[in-house]
Design a protein around this ligand. Structure first.
Ligand SMILES: Nc1ncnc2c1ncn2[C@@H]1O[C@H](COP(=O)(O)OP(=O)(O)OP(=O)(O)O)[C@@H](O)[C@H]1O
Ligand SMILES: [Mg+2]
Length: 373
């Protein structure tokens, strides 16, 4: 790789109106998206998030400044943009702007068919993508008969079916119910773990804080911060001026400093990290077993609290009619379960086991933690 940023914006300026003196929606935005890093573009309503995303796949051409993909400035030639969109999939905020086929199946098939992929590949892309967003049963539904959240899931499936190198999601969880929000975040997390660069926009500070490795904050078209989430939230004035609030976990952690005399750092981002910081060193935790599964694996759900993480593991459970105790956000759920004293097993895809172990290992930074076997 001979580039630092997979996508870079340099001094980007954009106005929706052509006339002189028209209001600017982006005002000299410069930022770099690092490959493989979980990135959030954070900003209040009207901050410029969607406008920025339309620049990332060349739908909008900047008034001044430039966008680079893999270190090369975008060229706005139709043919080259077509190739670019094979690599970069943007799921727009409003699914009605994205879905234009008459059935769910046709919509998800659109990208792979346009690439002239063989029919069996198109079929497996449709099946896998709809499975990942929990919309398999809706495959033959007219798209006009879907709820808002269902349309959103179909739009995400359409992007997954392209198997993009960069997946950009504009407000992916807005309008989704809590379980589906968690599922979508798990989905994008898994994409990250397996090599896709994922960028999401949101004004949900809790989501940004818990998920992002790096955030870029927009305020009225200006970029006001790029870096680790906790450093931004330390600056209360900037948070307030940006029309945002403090994440829940961040606030509680800060209060602990006053109540318990615990320093803010290290900053817990999740409930399990917060609990690890608080737990007495003689807490009677259960242990966590991480079990990668394959098609012929034995699954023993007796005794332990069972979590399942990853597409393959979930498919295996479903095909065998096995139900898990924790189906969503299972890394966090299993940590919490073990901290409540239960021996816990997390069944996962083979390729995710090392990352899951690493993620759970991060807990040790915070204090007393369950044993991982
Ligand atoms: N089609 C349009 N025509 C004119 N101005 C627009 C248009 N779309 C957006 N804007 C303006 O551009 C600015 C940035 O809007 P944008 O939609 O990018 O914000 P956002 O951060 O995505 O907000 P939200 O959280 O509400 O989705 C806003 O001031 C908005 O009013
Ligand atoms: Mg928007």
């Amino acid at each position: 790789m001979d580039f630092e940023y997979i996508i870079e914006a340099r001094d980007l300026t954009y106005s929706y109106e052509k006339k002189d003196g028209a209001p600017m929606s982006l005002k000299g935005v410069s930022l770099g998206i690092k490959p493989g890093i979980r990135t959030v573009i954070l900003g209040a309503n009207g901050a410029g998030k969607s406008t920025l995303f339309y620049h990332f796949n060349g739908v909008f051409k900047p008034k001044s400044g430039e966008v680079l993909y893999r270190g090369i400035p975008l060229c706005y030639d139709k043919e080259i943009l077509y190739q670019l969109r094979e690599d970069i999939a943007v799921v727009v905020q409003n699914p009605d702007e994205q879905i234009f086929s008459s059935t769910v199946e046709e919509d998800v098939a659109f990208g792979p068919m346009n690439r002239n992929l063989p029919p069996d590949v198109v079929e497996s892309r449709i099946r896998d993508s709809l499975f990942k967003v929990g919309m398999e049963e809706f495959r033959n539904r007219p798209t006009t008969q879907l709820s808002y959240g269902q349309k959103k899931r179909v739009a995400i499936a359409g992007a997954l079916a392209m198997e993009p190198k960069v997946l950009i999601l504009d407000e992916p969880t807005a309008g989704l119910d809590p379980q589906m929000s968690q599922e979508v975040m798990e989905l994008v997390d898994q994409m990250c773990m397996t090599g896709t660069t994922v960028i999401i926009s949101t004004h949900d500070v809790d989501l940004a804080y818990a998920w992002a490795d790096e955030i870029h904050v927009l305020r009225l078209g200006h970029l006001v911060y790029s870096g680790k989430p906790e450093e931004f939230f330390e600056d209360r004035d900037s948070v307030a001026l940006s029309g945002l609030s403090l994440p829940h976990t961040f606030s509680i952690n800060h209060s602990l400093e006053a109540i318990r005399g615990l320093p803010d750092a290290p900053y817990p981002r999740t409930n399990s990290q917060l609990l690890a910081k608080l737990a007495p060193s003689d807490s009677d935790f259960g242990r966590i077993r991480i079990v990668p599964v394959s098609q012929d694996s034995q699954i023993d759900t007796d005794g332990d609290v069972v979590g399942v993480y990853g597409f393959e593991a979930k498919k295996l459970f479903r095909d065998r009619g096995i139900s898990a105790d924790i189906n969503f956000n299972a890394i966090e759920g299993c940590c919490l379960s073990a901290m409540q004293g239960h021996d816990t097993t997390i069944y996962c895809d083979q390729e995710l086991a090392a990352t899951i172990r690493y993620r759970i290992g991060i807990l040790t930074m915070f204090g007393h933690v369950p044993e991982v076997v």
